[in-house]
Design a protein around this ligand. Sequence first.
Ligand SMILES: *Cc1c(COP(=O)(O)O)cnc(C)c1O
Length: 343
Amino acid sequence: MLIDLRSDTVTKPTPAMREAMFNAEVGDDVLGDDPTVLALEEKTARLFGMEAALFCTSGTLTNQLAIRTHTRPGDDVICDQLSHVYLYEGGGIAVNALASVSLVQGERGKLTPELVREHIQPDDIHKPITRLVCLENTVNKGGGCYYTVPEIAAIRQVCDEYGLKLHLDGARLFNALIETGETPESYGPLFDSISICLSKGLGCPVGSLLVGKTDFIKQARRFRKLMGGGWRQAGSLAAAGIYALDHHINRLKLDHSRARKIGQLIGQLPEVKAVFPVETNIVIFQLSENILATDYVELLAQKGILAVTFGKHLVRFVTHLDFTDEQLLSLEEKLKEGIVSRS
Ligand SMILES: *Cc1c(COP(=O)(O)O)cnc(C)c1O
């Protein structure tokens, strides 16, 4: 039995989701008349209490469109050193937005109002103009840790004080919400834009949404076309999204309890030095200095367990819709047998 914990993106659409996709009414989304895309965009905007939404191929595209739309060339973006927008989007802040970055060393990828304040550029011709703050929730590189609404509200206050925009990379936002019990509606008023991914924990084959004000989304739609991201009969993919928002949010709790269980098991392995606190569906652990993550991932693969390296001695597991209790039992057995041979 292959146990694939490389990412929550590896899920395949369920039979019911495929059925919804098969039956979707479609049109031409570039011409603005795909009814299922329009329905998904409206549903998502309403969910967050925001005005409009834009359905896109990926979270990288929605993040990059947000940064491009909020900033002008030469502006400065504040984000954490571990953030996806900085580390994993091909240098897109520089390439797409022609903007610079002030990197914050937060706590496991999380910013605080004080850290944001410290990184705002002074009014000085030597300096770029601070325009935008980006948060990530949950934080991938932070081991899936999350913000609460009061923490974000305090950051929003600093942004208001300095006239800064606030964007959320919410690729795994629903994982945070299911833990805190907070609602999407409480997020809308805090942000100028929110990006969510349907292709992670929610189990869609493809798709992300950018949510914001009508004028902002209109401009982002122009940039999406400019970057070649306009798509035509995208309604089948949007149907998967609608299905996922209706059926796949509450079950994220299961992914979290399975991840916590994995965290406990991993913590007992002699070669494991530390496990990041498991708060959602991500388990990151640190190996002892004599074991490289690349070698360890290879040993895991030989046992039919797929994971990714997350640093020289760091390995990441992510639980998801296609990871079952049966697989968890099998994983438990394999871990108890041991991964590193002790000779
Ligand atoms: C996966 C992810 C994204 C978007 O990735 P795509 O593969 O482009 O959809 C953005 N932010 C975070 C934190 C992610 O984990």
